[in-house]
Design a protein around this ligand. Structure first.
Ligand code: AMP
Ligand code: MG
Ligand code: MG
Length: 313
C-alpha cells in the first residue's frame, strides 16, 4: 500500500472517526477504480436490466469493506455488490494519475469538529454503513467517467448521520480525486457550498434509467432546464454546488447505498432527500434495499413540499 492514511482512535468521537477514516479509504478506492479503467479490462457482469457491475465496482467494494471492517469491526457494513466477493487487489492499489495524498485530505479539520452530546455516545455496534463502491456504472462503462462517485453513508437509529462522496475522476490541478463529506449538525467540507438560482428552476434526473412516469413527473414541475446525468452521488453534488434546484426521480431503481451518503451530506447543508411523497427512508440494517418510493432531493432554501404538490395524482 503506497498511500498511507494514518489512523484514529482514543477520545475522538466515533462519528468523526468514521468520517475521517472513510475519507482516507475512498481516496484509495478511487485509485483502484482509475487503475481498473486504465487496465482496459472492466470484466462486466450484467446483474439484470440496466444494472451492470464491473471489476472496478467489485474491487472498490472489497477494499472499502475490508478497511472499514478492520477499523470498525462491530459496525454493520452493507455494500451494493453483496457479501461474497473475491477480487485480487494487489496490482490495483498502487497510485495512478497523481492521486491526492493523505496529507492533502481535510482529515485534521474533520477530527477537530465539536459533536453534540446525543451524537457523542453512539455505539459502534449500532452503526450501519451503506457502500456504493461505484455509483454511475452505466456511465463508467461508456467512458463518461466524470459521472462516477464512490459513496459511504453512515446510519444510526435508521437515519443517515454522515456521508462521504468521492469523485475519482475529478482532476484538481495535477491531481485526481475529490472527497466531499457532511455530518448533519456538525459540518461539511471538500466543496464550496452555493445556492441555486431563484430565477430559474433547474432539475437534475437520471440519464439512463428514465421511463414514462419519470418524464410525466418532471413535466409537472415545469422546469426551465433538465440536467440528465448519471449517478445519485453526482446529482447530489449538483445540488450542493448550486447547479440545480432539485433532483427528481419518480421511480423505483435507486437503493439505500445510493441515497444514504447524499441524504446525510444534503442534510448537513440544509437540503433534504426523501421519497416522492416526502417521507424519509430508513437505513436500518434490515430494511429493504430498494427505494421503492422514488427520490426527491432539494437544495438548501428550496421548498421541498412544492415539488411534491406538483406531482399528478
Ligand atoms: P441514475 O440516476 O440512473 O444514475 O441512477 C442512480 C442510481 O440508481 C444508480 O446507482 C443506478 O444504478 C440506480 N438505478 C436507478 N434506476 C435503476 C434501474 N431502473 N435499474 C437499475 N439501477 C437503477
Ligand atoms: Mg449507485
Ligand atoms: Mg454502484
Amino acid at each position: 500500500m503506497s498511500i498511507s492514511m494514518g489512523s484514529t482512535s482514543g477520545d475522538i468521537p466515533l462519528i468523526l472517526r468514521l468520517v475521517h477514516d472513510s475519507t482516507g479509504i475512498v481516496n484509495v478506492a478511487g485509485n483502484i477504480v482509475r487503475k481498473v479503467l486504465q487496465s482496459g479490462k472492466l470484466d462486466i457482469v450484467d446483474k439484470g436490466t440496466d444494472d451492470l457491475q464491473t471489476k472496478a465496482d467489485r474491487a472498490a467494494q472489497v477494499y472499502i469493506t475490508q478497511e472499514l471492517h478492520k477499523k470498525f469491526p462491530l459496525a454493520s457494513i452493507i455494500g451494493e455488490e453483496g457479501d461474497n466477493l473475491t477480487e485480487n487487489l494487489d496490482d490495483l492499489v498502487s497510485p495512478v494519475g497523481s492521486p491526492i495524498q493523505a496529507n492533502d485530505l481535510p482529515l485534521g479539520e474533520i477530527l477537530s469538529k465539536s459533536v453534540p452530546t446525543d451524537l457523542s455516545s453512539i455505539q459502534e455496534s449500532e452503526v450501519v454503513i451503506w457502500i456504493d463502491p461505484l455509483d454511475g456504472t452505466s456511465e463508467f462503462t461508456r467512458g463518461m467517467v466524470e459521472h462516477v462517485t464512490i459513496l459511504v453513508g453512515i446510519a444510526y437509529n435508521g437515519s443517515p448521520i454522515a456521508g462521504v462522496i468521492h469523485q475519482p475522476f475529478l482532476k484538481l490541478g495535477e491531481k485526481f480525486g475529490r472527497t466531499l463529506w457532511g455530518i448533519p449538525r456538525i459540518g461539511y467540507g471538500g466543496f464550496t457550498l452555493a445556492a441555486p438560482s431563484k430565477d430559474k428552476k433547474v432539475i437534475t434526473t437520471t440519464r439512463s434509467h428514465s421511463n414514462a412516469r419519470v418524464e410525466a413527473v418532471l413535466e409537472s414541475m415545469k422546469p426551465d432546464d433538465i440536467i440528465r446525468v448519471g449517478g445519485a452521488g453526482n446529482k447530489a453534488i449538483l445540488l450542493m454546488e448550486g447547479k440545480c434546484n432539485a433532483y427528481v426521480f419518480a421511480s423505483a431503481g435507486c437503493q439505500k447505498w445510493d441515497t444514504c451518503a447524499p441524504e446525510a451530506v444534503l442534510a448537513a447543508i440544509g437540503g433534504k432527500l426523501t421519497d416522492m411523497a416526502g417521507q424519509p427512508y430508513s437505513y436500518s440494517k434490515d430494511v429493504q434495499h430498494a427505494n421503492q418510493g422514488g427520490l426527491l432531493a432539494t437544495a438548501p432554501g428550496e421548498d421541498h413540499d412544492w415539488y411534491i404538490k406538483q406531482i399528478p395524482k
